[in-house]
Ligand binder design. Structure first.
Ligand SMILES: Cc1ncc(COP(=O)(O)O)c(C=O)c1O
Length: 459
């Protein structure tokens, strides 16, 4: 049983039917997809934990906001509300809307980064890394050592290693155009960054005259962890914590598909004007006029409302409580999970789950397949399929990552505790008989980002 002591701070007004097709239909659907869960139609999925991005349920206020969309080409009223909301939450005056987070990253790096320059981060999310590298930059990850160990407990495993950051800035004077800090650290298991660490990162950046830009995707979830776990922060409001965090930065990139509680959208917000004109000129080229930036007026309205709703503390208590209770239920059933449980997802250690499968047989892909076959559940592999690279020293073999994880990402306001209890039960059943999991062999792959389209054969 899941022990989420926080009840939902909403009641249900609209329902979207989901169905669990029977096992033989699931087998057929999976085999048609080449055993890759990305290839399965969402109608054939019962519980979809593929991503927390863009999958939120909007509130009645957000749906109402859609009707107030002003679709004028320039100067639409929803933009001004969007801008005002971002200014008041983050205290950043220059607001540039984009249609999702990676476009904010693309705009930023294609404008301020020169080939050969370095961008440090606690851990780059894959689109952030790709945008740095596509512009000729070098993306470096400086998360604290605890952040790399799945079972080490630390309240802020997303923290930046300030010693390594300091050393990097001192050794590369003039070659670091900005430092990024990702809240929460998605690629490191959704682990939070403490306020003290944001202060420290900001202080190192200021001393070296380098701007600090926050990846704000999960800014509210991060602030909730600060309130819960950081000494001296427990009696502050989440909004106040957010305001202090961003007062320490020079700007942020944001995907509103996470803590914007919207299905699409993003923005770039900056404290000073230096880069703004160049960014807006490029925005016009790739997204649209600066008062809509690739979004409809109605989307801007829904995001502005979502950014306010996400700071409601009863919402955050339920949200983080639900993900934590889900992770604890799995752990209590003997499922090896990354600890402590992060903000938006639970990560299962697939090598420990199915020790009979060697890394070369992609155990996390095997578990992902088994979850679908057993219960119609969609999760995602974050392991050898996603990160494996050909080994130049051993033809036909691969350099595999240290971990094979399965991420169970929890969409916001979408699934009830009962849904997640069902997922925990199915996973526990598989854990009781792990030898049922079959490894896979890749029979087709693309040269880049192969995990999206690879096809597999069961071993
Ligand atoms: C930390 C982080 N940064 C950036 C992005 C990119 O955002 P988007 O998918 O809206 O382009 C994501 C998306 O998952 C993310 O988790």
């Amino acid at each position: 049983m899941m022990r989420n002591t926080q009840p939902e701070p909403w009641r249900v007004k609209v329902v979207e039917p989901i169905r669990r097709i029977d096992r033989s239909a699931r087998e057929e659907s999976l085999s048609r997809a080449g055993y890759n869960i990305f290839g399965i139609a969402s109608e054939d999925i019962y519980i979809d934990l593929l991503s927390d991005s863009g999958t939120s349920a909007m509130s009645d206020a957000q749906w109402g906001g859609l009707m107030r969309g002003d679709e004028s080409y320039a100067g639409g009223r929803n933009y001004y509300r969007f801008e005002e909301t971002i200014r008041s939450i983050f205290g950043l005056p220059h607001v540039i809307p984009t249609h999702q987070g990676r476009v904010a990253e693309n705009l930023l790096f294609s404008t301020v980064l020169k080939p050969g320059e370095i961008v440090p981060n606690n851990t780059h999310f894959d689109t952030t890394r790709a945008n740095v590298e596509a512009n000729g930059g070098v993306a470096l990850d400086f998360v604290i050592p605890e952040g790399r160990e799945p079972r080490t407990r630390h309240p802020f495993k997303g923290n930046m290693d300030l010693v390594r950051l300091e050393k990097c800035l001192a050794e590369n004077r003039g070659r670091v155009p900005l430092v990024m800090l990702t809240l929460t650290n998605n690629s490191g298991g959704g682990q939070p960054v403490s306020l003290e660490n944001v202060r420290g990162t900001s202080e190192v950046c200021r001393r070296h005259g380098v701007p600090l830009i926050i990846d704000a995707c999960r800014f509210a979830e991060n602030a909730w962890f600060i309130k819960q776990r950081e000494k001296g922060q427990e009696s502050r409001g989440v909004g106040e914590i957010v305001r202090e965090v961003f007062s320490l930065a020079d700007g942020c990139t944001m995907s509103a598909k996470k803590d914007g509680l919207a299905n699409i959208g993003g923005f770039l917000a900056l404290r000073n004007e230096t880069w703004v004109e160049r960014l807006k000129n490029k925005l016009i080229l790739i997204e649209g006029f600066p008062t809509y930036g690739g979004l409809a007026g109605r989307d801007l309205e829904a995001i502005a409302i979502g950014l306010e709703e996400v700071l409601h503390e009863d919402y955050l208590a339920f949200r983080i409580g639900q993900v934590t209770a889900f992770g604890e239920a799995l752990s209590a059933a003997g499922v090896p999970v990354v600890e402590p449980i992060g903000g938006h997802a639970v990560y299962v250690d697939a090598r420990a789950f199915a020790p009979h499968l060697p890394p070369e047989q992609y155990p996390a892909e095997a578990l992902t397949i088994a979850l679908y076959l057993e219960g119609g559940i969609r999760a995602v592999e974050i392991g050898g399929v996603m990160f494996g690279k050909p080994d130049p020293a051993r033809p036909g073999r691969e350099i595999l990552p240290d971990l094979d994880l399965v991420r169970l990402a929890v969409p916001r306001r979408v699934y009830t505790n009962t849904h997640l209890e069902y997922v925990a039960e199915v996973t526990a059943r598989l854990r009781a008989t792990p030898e049922r999991l079959r490894g896979v062999r890749i029979v087709h792959q693309a040269p880049l980002l192969r995990h999206f389209t690879a096809r597999f054969e069961l071993l």
